[in-house]
Design a protein around this ligand. Structure first.
Ligand code: FAD
Length: 495
C-alpha cells in the first residue's frame, strides 16, 4: 500500500535542519508511545493499525513562532504532520498512518483572555485548566468531553464532537458553540487564517487534516453549583422515559444525563455500590443546586430512587460523576470486561423513546445499553448502543444494521476516514479549504478520502454499514446540509 510504503522514507535530516531549534524527540520508545491514542482500547477493528503505525519523530512547539517554523519545514521537506493534544481520541483520529512528525501542542497552553462571557485559549490548553480559569468569574465551558482533566481544547475541536453540557447546549458544531479559530496552513510561507461563525466547522472534527489550530475562542455558560445524583428505576425503559422528561424539563438546569442498564452500572466497580439489586434502569445526572427539589419531585413521579447525591466531585465513587458517562462508561466497564465494545448510535426525537425500546427488545440478550442525552441540531437525542462481546466485523455490522432498522443513525467509529465515520459531512467547500490549507497533502494523511488516492486502500473498517448523521436545521438554507456558509473560507482573512 502506498501509505505504508511511504512510512520511514521521510527526509528527517532535512526536516530537522529546516526546523532550527524547535524541540524534537527521536527516542523510539517515546515516539512509539506518543504515536498512540485511545483507538486501540476502543476499536477492535482498528486496533492492529493503531498499534503498528508509528511516527518518525515528535516535535514540540514552544509558541506560535515554532508552529510556523514546523509548518514551513514540513512543506519544504514534504514531511507529514499529525497533530496531538493529550492523545485521548478513540476513533482513530490521531494515528499516524503514514509516519512523519507528531506535533505535540501541549506547550501552547495559555488561557489568553476572558471577556464578555467568552474565553480564548491556545490550542494545547487543557479544558480543565480553562474551566479553572473561568469558573471563579462565575462562567465555565458550555461543554467538554468526559476526558476534560487531560484533553486539550485543540484536540476537542479537532477530533471531538460533544460531551458533558451537550444535554443543554447541543453539540460542538451547533451554530454558536464555537466562536472562532486561528489556524496555520502548511505551506512554505505559512499563513495564519482566522475562521469565524459557520466557517469554524471546516476545521472542527477534521482530525487535524486541514490546518494547525493555534487558538480557540468559545462562549461560556453560567457555572452553577452542580449536584451529582445517581437514580435507579425498576425498568431500563422507565429510566429512558425519565431521562427524556428531564431533558425536556426546561426549568431543571442540567449538565449531564446518562442512561444505562443496571448491568452496565454493576460492571463499573467504582460506582456499582450506587446500584440496587433488581433495578435495571440507572440515570447519572448533574443538576444545578437550586433545581434539586424539582428534580427530586420528577424522580418520585417516575418511581425512582436517588441512591447517591453529592456536590460535584465529592460522590462516594471518588471522581466527578461525568467520569462514568460518555466515553468513560466504556473505559470503566473494560477494566473488568475487556471484550465488551459499543457503537455510536444516534436516537433522535420525535421517536427516540420508541426507537430505543425497539433496540432494547432486539438486543435483550446482550449485557445492557448505555446512552448520553444531548441536544443535536435543535432536536433531542440519546447517543449510545448496546454493549456486546466483540466476535468480528460481521457481528459488528449486524448490530449496526439492527440499530439502524430500529431508527438510529449509526456512525462508524471503526474507521480512520473522517467521511466514513459519518459524524461530519464533507462537500466541495471542505475540499477547496483542504487544498488551500494543505496543498501538499501533508496533514494526517489517509484520513480525508477526497484528497488522498491511497486512502481507500488503507480504509480499515471503512466498509462497515453507516448511515452517517444528517444535520438538517442548522444550515443557512435548505441545501446547506452541513450548516456552513457558501462563502469560500479558503479566502478568509489572513493575518
Ligand atoms: C474515556 C474517553 C472519553 C471520551 N469522551 C468524549 C466525549 O465525551 N466527547 C467527545 O467528543 N470525545 C470524547 N472522547 C474522545 C476524546 O477524548 C476527545 O475528543 C478529546 O477532546 C480529545 O482531546 P485530546 O487533546 O486528547 O486530542 P488528541 O487525541 O490529541 O487529538 C484529537 C484529534 O484532533 C487533532 N488535533 C489535536 N490538536 C490539534 C490542533 N492543535 N490542531 C489541529 N488538530 C489537532 C489530532 O490530530 C486528532 O485527530 C473520549 C475519549 C476517551 C478515551
Amino acid at each position: 500500500m502506498l501509505l505504508a510504503r511511504r512510512q520511514g522514507m521521510h527526509n528527517i535530516e532535512a526536516f530537522l535542519s529546516a526546523l532550527g531549534d524547535v524541540p524534537a524527540i527521536a527516542d523510539p520508545d517515546i515516539v512509539r508511545r506518543k504515536s498512540r491514542d485511545m483507538t486501540a482500547n476502543f476499536s477492535p477493528v482498528m486496533k492492529r493499525d493503531a498499534l503498528e503505525k508509528v511516527a518518525d519523530l515528535i516535535v514540540r512547539p514552544r509558541d506560535k513562532a515554532d508552529v510556523l517554523r514546523i509548518a514551513s519545514a514540513a512543506a519544504r521537506t514534504r514531511m507529514p504532520l499529525v497533530m496531538r493534544g493529550a492523545g485521548t481520541a478513540n476513533f482513530g483520529q490521531g494515528i499516524p498512518l503514514a509516519g512523519g512528525a507528531m506535533v505535540d501542542m501541549t506547550a501552547l497552553s495559555k488561557v489568553l483572555w476572558m471577556r464578555d462571557q467568552s474565553v480564548c485559549a491556545e490550542a494545547g490548553a487543557r479544558m480543565m485548566a480553562i474551566d479553572e480559569a473561568t469558573r471563579p468569574t462565575g462562567w465555565e465551558l458550555r461543554m467538554h468531553p468526559s476526558t476534560k482533566k487531560v484533553a486539550t481544547i485543540g484536540g476537542f475541536v479537532g477530533g471531538g464532537h460533544a460531551g458533558v453540557g451537550s444535554c443543554s447546549y447541543g453539540i460542538l458544531r451547533d451554530r454558536g458553540n464555537l466562536l472562532g479559530l486561528e489556524v496555520v496552513s502548511i505551506e512554505e510561507e505559512p499563513r495564519i487564517v482566522k475562521l469565524r461563525a459557520d466557517q469554524v466547522n471546516l476545521v472542527h472534527h477534521a482530525y487535524g487534516t486541514n490546518g494547525i489550530i493555534t487558538e480557540v475562542e468559545l462562549p461560556l455558560a453560567p457555572a452553577w453549583r452542580w449536584r451529582e445524583a445517581v437514580v435507579v428505576f425498576a425498568e431500563f425503559m422507565t429510566a429512558v422515559r425519565f431521562a427524556h422528561r428531564l431533558a425536556t424539563s426546561d426549568g431543571l438546569l442540567k449538565k449531564l444525563v446518562s442512561v444505562m442498564g443496571g448491568g452496565i452500572l454493576e460492571m463499573m466497580r467504582s460506582i456499582r455500590a450506587c446500584g440496587r439489586r433488581g433495578k435495571d434502569g440507572v440515570v447519572l445526572a448533574m443538576i444545578a443546586a437550586p433545581c434539586m427539589e424539582g428534580f427530586a419531585a420528577l424522580v418520585k413521579d417516575f418511581g425512582g430512587e436517588i441512591t447517591s447525591e453529592a456536590d460535584e466531585g465529592l460522590g462516594p465513587y471518588r471522581a466527578p460523576l461525568y467520569e462514568f458517562g460518555w466515553g468513560h462508561t466504556r473505559l470503566h466497564v473494560n477494566r473488568d470486561f475487556p471484550d465488551l465494545v459499543s457503537n455510536v448510535g444516534l436516537y433522535l426525537d420525535p421517536d427516540l423513546v420508541g426507537a430505543i425500546e425497539r433496540s432494547h427488545r432486539r438486543f435483550a440478550h446482550l449485557p445492557g445499553m448505555a446512552f448520553e442525552v444531548k441536544r443535536f441540531d435543535g432536536k433531542l437525542s440519546l447517543q449510545g448502543s448496546p454493549f456486546f462481546r466483540y466476535e468480528g466485523e460481521a457481528q459488528l455490522a449486524d448490530i449496526m444494521r439492527g440499530m439502524a432498522e430500529d431508527g438510529a443513525h449509526v456512525a462508524n467509529n471503526h474507521t480512520f476516514l473522517v467521511k466514513e465515520g459519518g459524524m461530519k459531512s464533507l462537500d466541495d467547500e471542505d475540499a477547496a479549504f483542504k487544498r488551500a490549507m494543505d496543498p501538499h497533502g501533508l496533514m494526517n494523511p489517509g484520513k480525508l478520502r477526497f484528497d488522498d488516492d491511497a486512502a481507500g486502500d488503507d480504509s480499515t473498517g471503512g466498509d462497515l454499514p453507516s448511515s452517517g448523521w444528517r444535520y438538517d436545521d442548522a444550515g443557512s438554507g435548505p441545501d446547506s446540509r452541513d450548516g456552513k456558509s457558501r462563502e469560500s473560507a479558503a479566502a478568509a482573512p489572513v493575518a
